[in-house]
Design a protein around this ligand. Structure first.
Ligand SMILES: Cc1ncc(COP(=O)(O)O)c(C=O)c1O
Length: 422
């Protein structure tokens, strides 16, 4: 009879070898990379929220309420009672999830309804849902563009656009942030290529999330027309609240319908849960349903999330004052902070980056703000360029004037303490 110990010996040896390989990777690679992040002062620690997302929250290990100035909860809908009710009803009626991708057996009536609502909201022919906008950005470029095509993108585009572009085989040209003469020279370069049937696609964030600046869409459209290019924008930081009725950057410039393809998120102003989409011409949406890999190979958006986004769109359509509220708050905050002597980047947008430069200073500043009951986060490399560290304040329609004033007063105190302002 063969002894069991004899049988186990090779297994034990291979398991030992595996553990030693793993511990070498951990020691020599992972731990040294982790140390270098700590030493650079760019370590990101996560504070743990023990309430729902809101302007007023609690975090673990802190007794007091905090004023929250770092969520993308632009319209304050993340804990809206009507949205929660709609999500609960959908949970009861349609279940927790589909256990499937869309094309196998994962499409319910509400998914089609939400796609139609999104297309109508943006005045487009059709829309396609994804589990996130990151996925929408991962799917669009590879599906639309082939080797002979050109993708011409802004250097400060969101990481998900950059990653999406990496997946496609088109020729890549990058223009300096919002620099229209550089964009024109890149378009000219692509235009010199006389290959037939070439797609030239300009890709830009509508609003740049780290800077709170706005892409010059009318100029981009003009150049696109001159060089026969298409325009794609990522509207994550505009959909639902930017522009008079929340239609985003196009509406801000009074040019609804002026770009060719829009990608955006359901995870910020539109209820804050999760989900993303592409909206545009029907033929493009049809092609994405056939070819887009994150759509074909990832699970369906869960019904409660679909219902919450649908309710958010309905609320925005029924209360046109909602976008105005967040933009008024942003204007007030920016003005008061600039008067105090802070350098605030960006245009009239609720993303208000308070520039500090040094990564450690940004992190220390955020810690001091937390002691005063204000929850803000320091952003440093690699999220923003080196020596351009900042605190990105995000203003919401849910903030009262008193909330804004408390935040401004705390900035004034900490700014003087750390010698950022006089
Ligand atoms: C500009 C931009 N695009 C895309 C995304 C990804 O969105 P989602 O969270 O829906 O994946 C984000 C999220 O931070 C973003 O800011």
């Amino acid at each position: 009879m063969i002894s069991i110990r004899f049988l186990l010996r090779p297994l034990q040896q291979s398991s030992k070898r595996r553990l030693s390989t793993l511990s070498q990777v951990i020691d020599k690679r992972l731990n040294s990379e982790l140390d270098s992040i700590r030493q650079a002062g760019t370590w990101k620690s996560e504070r743990i929220i023990s309430t729902s997302q809101s302007a007023h929250i609690k975090v673990q290990n802190s007794k007091n309420d905090l004023l929250n100035f770092c969520a993308n909860n632009y319209l304050g809908l993340a804990n809206n009672t009507e949205i929660i009710k709609a999500a609960k009803n959908a949970l009861d009626e349609y279940g927790a999830g589909l256990s499937s991708v869309r094309f196998i057996c994962g499409t319910q009536t509400i998914h089609k309804q939400l796609e139609q609502a999104i297309a109508k909201f943006h005045k487009r022919e059709d829309a396609i849902l994804y589990i996130s906008c990151f996925d929408a950005n991962a799917g669009i470029f590879e599906t639309l563009l082939k080797e002979q095509d050109y993708i011409i993108s802004d250097e400060l585009n969101h990481a998900s656009i950059i990653d999406g572009i990496r997946l496609c085989k088109a020729k890549r040209l990058r223009y300096k942030n919002k620099d229209m003469s550089d964009l024109e020279s890149k378009l000219q370069e692509s235009h010199n290529d006389k290959t037939e049937n070439v797609i030239r696609l300009i890709a830009t964030d509508g609003v740049f999330s780290m800077d709170g600046t706005i892409a010059p869409l009318p100029d981009i459209r003009r150049l696109a027309d001159k060089y026969k290019a298409l325009v794609f924008i990522d509207e994550c930081h505009a959909t639902g609240f930017f522009g008079k009725t929340g239609r985003g950057t196009e509406e801000h410039f009074d040019m609804i319908g002026g770009v060719d393809i829009i990608n955006s998120t359901l995870g910020k102003a539109l209820g804050g849960a999760a989900g993303g989409y592409t909206t545009g011409p029907k033929a493009l949406i049809d092609l994405l349903r056939q070819r887009s890999r994150p759509y074909l190979f990832s699970n369906t958006l869960p019904p409660p999330i679909v219902a919450s986004a649908m309710k958010a769109i309905e609320l925005i359509d029924n209360d046109t004052s909602l976008p105005g509220r967040v933009l008024d708050n942003a204007k007030y905050f920016r003005q008061e902070m600039q008067e105090l002597g802070f350098k605030i980047l960006g245009d009239d947008h609720p993303i208000c980056p308070v520039m500090l430069g040094d990564a450690r200073l940004a992190s220390q500043f955020a810690d001091e703000m937390l002691k005063r009951g204000i929850y803000v986060i320091g952003f440093s490399y690699p999220v923003v360029p080196k020596d351009r560290a900042r605190i990105r304040v995000q203003v919401s329609a849910a903030h009262s004037k008193a909330d804004l004033q408390r935040c401004i007063d705390a900035f004034a105190q900490v700014g003087r303490q750390l010698k950022v302002i006089k």
